[in-house]
Design a protein around this ligand. Structure first.
Ligand code: 3HC
Length: 301
């Protein structure tokens, strides 16, 4: 079904090559999705060659898994292996029809990525952002062609979750939106066309909900108890498992953005901040003696 407010699909431009900026979890999942569904060349990049190499290894591994699960034939898998490449040089994006950034969730970092990309891509190339909550308009601000910037927000795990939020900023033109919507269709995703508001739609709900569970922990309920207490709601995974999947640093960034730009009732959990600042990967982490970080952080607050 055509999303409400969608422009004429005849305006969509063909997608013959895709760039993915970043070599993290979302970037590699996106690269696999583009390869599998579009079967066009896909280039991933990062500033660090080691990260590019690790991302490429992960992507080749995912293609092998798809073949092992018989989701693609051995011939198709070979073709997909040949379509992926990696680089530290954004000049490799010169002939891309779409470049999506999935770098660190920091506005200035993303603005710098788009400014650099504009030096290499054609004026018609769509610049998409997988941002979770930052302003798409602010990312486009100052570019020569802000009309080709669009939000394209996927959910983790990308291969499984069917939704993509297509975010139209005030200056995004119809051809860009149409290209994004047709691309979502080719990727077999359900696109919703949403406004450029903090957290779009999904994250303003998700972060309120996760924030309240984390607040219960901040107020003294043990993590395991708060997590188990939500079981009757029948969610597909527990709150803290989901937090691990999203990544505590990403969750903290989104919570901070929504707290500052949307509503102070978005909880920025002191425990989550302490954990991220300590470089700890997850709330279920324990010290070598078996005591959880969170309980002790709570005691110290
Ligand atoms: N990465 C890739 N694939 C994964 C995965 C992961 N982390 N976890 C599971 N999968 C795949 C499995 O391989 C399996 O695929 P297959 O059918 O090809 O074998 C399929 O998902 C189903 O997995 P399982 O049968 O093991 O598990 P479940 O049926 O329990 O489903 C789940 C797992 C889909 C992850 C489900 O628990 C779920 O939907 N959880 C909620 C996830 C969610 O809410 N994500 C949104 C996060 S918010 C976000 O990303 C936005 C950001 O801006 C913050």
């Amino acid at each position: 079904r055509k999303p409400a407010g969608a422009p004429d699909k005849a305006l969509a431009r063909p997608v013959t090559k895709v760039g993915v900026v970043g070599a993290g979890l979302m970037a590699t999942q996106l690269a696999v999705l583009f390869l599998r569904r579009l079967r066009v060349p896909v280039v991933v990049s990062d500033l660090d060659q080691g990260r590019v190499d690790r991302a490429l290894a992960g992507i080749h591994g995912e293609i092998d898994t798809l073949a092992a699960k018989r989701r693609v034939t051995p011939d198709e898998a070979n073709r997909l292996h040949g379509l992926i490449s990696g680089t530290t040089d954004q000049a490799a994006y010169a002939d891309c029809s779409v470049v999506i950034e999935a770098v660190f969730e920091e506005l200035e970092v993303k603005r710098a990525v788009f400014a650099e990309l504009e030096r290499h891509v054609s004026p018609e190339a769509v610049l998409a952002t997988n941002t979770s909550s930052l302003s798409v308009a602010a990312m486009a601000d100052g570019l020569a062609h802000p009309e080709r910037v669009v939000g394209f927000h996927f959910f983790n795990p990308v291969a499984v979750l069917p939704l993509v939020e297509v975010v139209r900023a005030p200056r995004t033109d119809d051809a860009t939106v149409a290209t994004a919507l047709e691309l979502a269709k080719a990727l077999k995703k359900n696109a919703v066309l949403v406004a450029d508001a903090p957290g779009f739609v999904v994250n303003r709900v998700l972060l309120r909900f996760m924030g309240e569970v984390m607040a219960a922990v901040d107020e003294g309920t043990p993590v395991e108890v708060a997590d188990a207490a939500l079981a009757p709601l029948g969610l597909p995974m527990s709150t803290f498992t989901l937090l691990q999947l999203v990544g505590p640093a990403v969750a903290l960034h989104v919570a901070e953005t929504l707290h500052e730009t949307l509503d102070p009732r978005f909880v920025v959990s002191p425990n989550l901040r302490a954990l991220v600042e300590a470089g700890r990967p997850g709330l279920y982490d324990r010290r070598p003696d078996g005591t959880p970080y969170v309980s002790e952080e709570t005691a110290a607050l």
